[in-house]
Design a protein around this ligand. Structure first.
Ligand code: SF4
Length: 323
């Protein structure tokens, strides 16, 4: 089986965007690949000013991933900093990576603009750490969306440079182009995200789901109950398409003739979302009830990942004349 690597920033409990856009794909990949899933806490430090919630976020996220179907017997699930070899490899790779390659990365420029008071060294070195993440575990495949292809290409360039300067050492990872559905947030305009507070957590109770969905923006042209709606511009309708496929045609018809109001329509979709996520919620509650379970899984994942990491790091050091 080929090995896949993917990293996720510890943003705490997963929201619907994370779930539909990434985690379901993670679960599917387990059938075809040996999967290495890493919660990248070190990457998070490049933009975090407050780390008080970091451990809790890691724990909640791991719990959600396990409840969603990441199988710790098949895949390695662990925390980036629990395999310290990654920081050493990052340093070694930084010696062969021209600074000009990093300074021209668009995401670096964007982040530097967003946090001008904290343009730290880690921010510019982010792609080097990302490269270390992938090659440390000898991953051959990285699932990426079209927009992330340039990041992977940079990782491949760093690998090629290392290999050409110091001799063939690392595998050049290849992209598995994956369509990650972009889930709009409850504001109906931006991608669902915690920072924009337009999210719906997948572990929310049915009552919480309904309350959250009720705050969602719908068709802006539908001001009064008697106004007809336009499902194609309504995010609630998109949720119906995904979670309520058997009734979606009827919803469209009733919306465009004002037979149904937005509140009723939202309550319906909230019920369908809650029903779809019920098995996940049950599994989450079961796992949360096992004391120390998440910690054990993460420790075991790190132990297995470290065995590969030590080997890779030894090879890299040998090629660099450090052994
Ligand atoms: S009735 Fe439903 S689909 Fe139509 S605008 Fe309102 S929430 Fe959207």
């Amino acid at each position: 089986m080929k090995r896949v690597f993917s990293g996720a920033r510890p943003t705490g409990k997963l929201h619907l965007g994370n779930y539909l856009g990434a985690v379901l794909n993670y679960v599917k990949l387990q059938q075809e690949y040996e999967c290495v899933y890493c919660i990248v806490d070190l990457h998070a430090l490049t933009t975090l000013s407050d780390t008080k919630e970091l451990q809790n976020n890691i724990n909640e996220m791991a719990l959600d991933m396990l409840a969603a179907g990441i199988d710790p017997n098949r895949s390695m699930l662990f925390v980036q900093s629990h395999v310290p070899e990654v920081t050493e490899l990052h340093l070694l790779l930084s010696m062969v990576t021209p600074l000009s390659w990093l300074l021209r990365v668009p995401t670096f420029k964007e982040k530097a603009k967003r946090q001008p008071e904290n343009v730290n060294y880690g921010l510019v070195g982010y792609p080097v750490l990302m490269t270390a993440d992938i090659i440390l575990y000898k991953a051959e495949v990285v699932p990426v969306g079209e927009d992330q292809l340039p990041h992977l290409e940079l990782a491949r360039e760093i690998v090629r440079r290392f290999n050409s300067l110091l001799g063939p050492t690392f595998l050049e990872p290849t992209a598995k182009l994956t369509s990650f559905p972009m889930v709009l947030g409850l504001d109906g305009k931006d991608k669902m995200s915690k920072s924009l507070n337009n999210y719906l957590e997948i572990s929310a109770s049915p009552k919480e789901i309904t309350a959250r969905i009720k705050t969602a923006v719908t068709d802006p042209a539908r001001v009064y109950r008697k106004d007809i709606g336009h499902p194609k511009v309504c995010n609630i309708y998109r949720f119906h398409e995904y979670f309520n496929p058997t009734q979606v045609a009827e919803i469209a018809q009733k919306c465009t003739t004002a037979e149904i109001g937005c509140v009723e329509c939202k309550v319906m979709v909230a019920g369908e979302i809650a029903k779809t996520l019920e098995p996940f919620r049950q599994k989450r509650a079961e796992l949360a009830d096992k004391p120390g379970y998440v910690k054990e899984v993460l420790e075991d994942g790190a132990r297995r990942a470290r065995a590969i990491a030590r080997e890779t790091l030894r090879e890299a050091k040998e090629h660099m004349g450090l052994v």
